[in-house]
Design a protein around this ligand. Structure first.
Ligand code: 6GU
Length: 226
């Protein structure tokens, strides 16, 4: 998979890809991340990427021309499956969208800033608009990092234990069951006996029950379809 990220603050997006699982995914050649500084696509001398909005009002708007130059240049090199705009008024990200995106080859992610981008960018270039929740961030970069992390970890070969993504919370609209490790008794706080019983069919049943109970208690909205 190749991900091109268009941003006015590329520095925010260097460290997430420079550690841990995402770093290893890049080193293994399973994903390529290309950061594009929008200012590099500005032709005027002031390096202006934003301007006042037509009709008046507070807040700057990201201009269409540098974004067009960047996206059109990328599209001339290869086909893109998705051009995603990160914006608080996008569709709230969920595991289903993450799963879908993990199957794509080439993705562009445009990070919004200020009051957002000129609407014509959304109308003519963007295929999908994503938010990571109902709160406002100062820019789309951290949201883009969240999206990339969620997507990249699903690419086959990225996680060490291939089954571990399948047992994540949300993969079947249920939260994951509780997990424990040694010691079995810590200051009298004991691990549920079933988990140390060695009876694996029973353990599996217990985990399914716990998933369901946890979901009913913490996220009953996930069970609504049943
Ligand atoms: Cl994608 N961008 C911004 N600026 N704020 C957000 C967001 C995105 N998702 C939630 N809040």
């Amino acid at each position: 998979m190749r991900i091109d990220i268009i941003t006015v603050v590329p520095d925010i997006l260097t460290s997430p890809f420079d550690v841990s699982i995402l770093k290893r995914a890049i080193e293994k050649g399973l994903v390529e991340i290309h950061l594009h500084n929008l200012r590099d696509y500005v032709t005027d001398n002031y390096k202006q990427i934003d301007d006042y909005q037509f009709g008046g009002g507070a807040g700057m708007v990201m201009m269409i021309e540098p974004i067009d130059k960047c996206i059109t240049g990328l599209k001339a090199e290869r086909e893109y499956d998705e051009i995603i705009y990160m914006t608080p008024d996008g569709a709230t990200l969920n595991q289903k969208t993450v799963n879908t995106l993990s199957l794509k080859e080439n993705i562009i992610i445009l990070c919004g800033h200020y009051k957002g981008v000129d609407q014509r960018v959304r109308d003519h270039f963007i295929t999908r608009e994503i938010s990571i929740g109902d709160y406002v961030l100062s820019g789309g970069e951290l949201a883009a990092a969240v999206l990339c992390d969620a997507v990249i970890r699903l690419i086959p070969g990225v996680l060490g234990n291939e089954t571990s993504a399948l047992t994540d919370s949300f993969q079947d609209d249920l939260l994951a069951p509780p997990v424990y490790t040694r010691p079995a008794d810590y200051k009298g706080w004991k691990v549920p006996e079933i988990l140390t019983s060695g009876n694996f069919p029973k353990i599996e049943t217990w985990r399914e029950e716990q998933s369901y109970l946890r979901t009913r208690q913490l996220r009953p909205d996930l069970l609504k379809d049943e």
